[in-house]
Design a protein around this ligand. Structure first.
Ligand SMILES: Cc1cc2nc3c(=O)[nH]c(=O)nc-3n(C[C@H](O)[C@H](O)[C@H](O)COP(=O)(O)O)c2cc1C
Length: 364
């Protein structure tokens, strides 16, 4: 479906980094969902660049609803959000003389679109498009919150630094969602910020690992094989530019251990089936078991770095060196965290609508 994701709720994204607009269309939303502008703006602010750890290209993200909202509520017809691009500096890209940025999509975009692609600022492949995902994701997220489903992400690893894992998940999520730099341990946060600043000073970039928790999901959501909860979530997570790995529960960290150590024992807690540990990350057989869904995502270092690199000129196919100009993030991870929350919200909304029907979100 190219630029569209989902079955019951279909999310379509469009736009280019230096075009007039980027945006999102959500088709299949329940009618009557409250559209809270403060909530959408709060989420967009978490993605917006700030300070030396982000790109100098700051956009106000002053969006408009082109359709699908009436009297502050969703109508249930396609909801379209338009976000103008106002702070572009396309000359930086003309100067690059079409030398492919290593690690970016310049070369693969040319292979697919035969040179017709708008390459300025990474065009359709730019992290800029994720603002539209965040705006759309905020609508899904506010509907999920009304159902008691919370999503939060923190920077678990960056360079050689590690945050603590989730413990009291609900409180951790609510603390994280107020933080512009999402790290649970403040001391670690300061060190991580310094590591990003140091990479920037070296004309370089740095990556890491995000950890996401989704709580409040009822047991019994998902499909057994191709549309397992892991399949749907990893599909949408791998759509986020820069994500190169996805793990559920203890995943790669613990799979080499014995079953007796990996299995999550079932217990009855006040009449509810729970598990004593959560190595399976809240999913068994592709279906939610009612425990929090825990995901780790590997986020690569930003490809556009100012250090000189070897590449190829896309016009002549000759070897060429590239020293990138333009404005770039020395790390993607701290801005990607809310993008990860947003794609998870869209996917979880889609799975719940498939399981319980469109009106589930507006039923008491
Ligand atoms: C929020 C966000 C911001 C990003 N900022 C930049 C950036 O400033 N410079 C850059 O080269 N890549 C940036 N990226 C990553 C590229 O868009 C991505 O690496 C590129 O499209 C290639 O895709 P891939 O890394 O998934 O293979 C950003 C990604 C996200 C999610």
């Amino acid at each position: 479906m190219k630029n569209t994701f989902g079955q019951s709720l279909q999310t379509t994204i469009f736009g280019e980094s230096h075009g007039p607009y980027i945006g999102v269309v959500l088709d299949g939303l329940a009618p009557g969902i409250e559209v809270n502008d403060d909530f959408i703006k709060e989420k967009l602010a978490l993605r917006r660049p700030a300070g030396a750890i982000s790109t100098a290209r700051v956009e106000a993200d002053e969006y408009t609803f082109a359709s699908g909202v009436f009297n502050g509520k969703t109508t249930g017809t396609p909801l379209c959000i338009l976000i103008p691009n106002t702070n572009t500096r396309s000359a930086d890209y003309d100067k690059a003389g079409r030398v492919a940025r290593p690690g970016h999509a310049d070369y693969t975009a040319m292979c697919k679109y035969h040179g017709f692609e708008d390459y300025r600022g990474g065009g359709h492949f730019s992290g800029r498009i994720t603002a539209a995902i965040v705006a759309g994701g905020a609508i899904a997220m506010s509907a999920l919150e009304k159902k008691g489903i919370l999503i939060g992400t923190h920077i678990y690893k960056l360079s050689d630094l590690t945050d603590r894992e989730f413990s009291d998940i609900k409180n951790d999520i609510s603390a994280l969602n107020k933080k512009s730099f999402a790290v649970l341990d403040e001391e670690v946060a300061e060190k991580m910020i310094k590591a990003i600043e140091d990479a920037a000073k070296d004309a370089d970039s740095v990556g890491g690992v995000l950890e996401t928790a989704i709580t409040g999901l009822p047991a019994g959501v998902g499909e057994p094989w191709f549309d397992s909860v892991e399949s749907i979530l990893s599909h949408v997570l791998f759509s986020v530019p820069g994500i190169k790995g996805v793990q559920f529960g203890a995943g790669f960290d613990k799979v080499c251990e014995r079953g007796s150590n990996f299995n999550d024992a079932f217990r009855n807690e006040d009449g509810k089936v729970v598990t004593a540990t959560n190595n399976n990350g809240g999913i068994n057989g592709g279906i939610t078991n009612g425990m929090p869904v825990i995901i780790k995502c590997a986020v690569k270092p930003t490809p556009s770095i100012y250090k000189e690199q070897q590449s190829v000129n896309l016009n002549t196919l000759e070897n060429a060196d590239i020293a990138i100009e333009g404005r770039h993030d020395p790390a993607i991870i701290h801005r990607a965290r809310v993008v990860v929350d947003s794609v998870c919200a869209l996917a979880v909304y889609d799975m719940l609508a498939a399981r319980f029907g469109t009106d589930y979100f507006t039923q008491e």
